[in-house]
Design a protein around this ligand. Structure first.
Ligand code: Z5A
Length: 217
């Protein structure tokens, strides 16, 4: 049997520190001699990034239908899997991805109210059984995460994207859906308290990686 690389995802609501900690996880693995491909969703390849642009752009004078949003997420994912994730795993590299299908269950399922069975059908169609080996769920109150994000939006003077314009109740539903998924698959998920100071968050991530990576090698 071909030994494939491991697939690690980081998940959580907006502003919980996924981008910051994807970099931390990737360098932790590289320091141990592992080839790492760092990527994100929606996006990760030029065409999938173009779909990301469509999904996040708040400037259209037309609402995006929830089914169209769901299908675009999976269209980007199909491209990302075919062009980047699967080839990397097959050559033995490890993939560290900022968001994946748990985000679809949380945002399009929990947030938008799409029935999870319909999302699971697309998951099966697009992923054909491939799923992450480990999902690091960065969890904190959406209220506190929003404050962090406000600081960043102020510093970088960037506009809110289509998701960042949602109300707090939307992000509370997203958090609830993530926690339900973590409870349903405790062997895949590791729950990290993202409300702690960054060095404590990264100490928790390092401890989780130490435990899991040792098991895999
Ligand atoms: N989406 C979806 O609906 N369905 C799907 O299937 C997928 C995605 C895949 C784009 O994702 C949107 O797509 C997303 C869900 C939707 N929208 N939302 N919300 P994204 O991942 O690009 O968007 P995001 O979650 O909004 O990412 P973000 O704003 O970049 O947040 P983050 O990556 O989690 O946080 P960060 O940039 O690492 O940190 C935020 C700030 O906090 C920054 O200034 C850090 O320096 C600071 N920070 C980080 N950690 C700490 C700690 N521990 N203490 C204090 N400050 C900290």
């Amino acid at each position: 049997m071909i030994k494939r690389g491991r697939f690690i995802t980081l998940e959580g609501g907006e502003g919980v520190g996924k981008s910051t900690n994807v970099a931390f996880v990737a360098s932790w693995l590289k320091e141990r001699g592992i080839e790492v491909v760092r990527t994100r969703e929606p996006g990760g390849t030029p065409r999938a990034e173009a779909i990301r642009g469509l999904l996040l752009d708040p400037s259209f004078d037309e609402t995006l239908h929830t089914d169209a949003e769901l299908l675009l997420m999976f269209a980007a994912r199909a491209q990302h899997l075919a062009q980047k994730i699967v080839p990397a795993l097959e050559r033995g590299a490890w993939v560290v991805c900022d968001r994946f299908t748990d985000a679809t269950f949380a945002y399009q399922g929990g947030g938008r109210g799409i029935e999870s069975g319909r999302i699971a059908q697309l998951e099966q169609f697009v992923q054909k059984g491939l799923s992450p080996d480990l999902t690091l769920l960065l969890d904190m109150s959406p209220d506190a995460a929003k404050e962090r994000l406000e600081g960043r939006l102020r510093d970088q003077q960037t506009q809110r994207d289509r998701f960042e314009q949602e109300q707090l109740s939307f992000f509370e539903a997203v958090r609830h859906a993530y926690l339900e998924r973590a409870t349903a698959a405790p062997q895949r998920f590791a729950l990290i308290d993202a409300g702690q100071a960054l060095d404590q968050v990264q100490a928790s991530l390092a401890q989780t990686l130490e435990e899991r990576v040792t098991l895999w090698q």
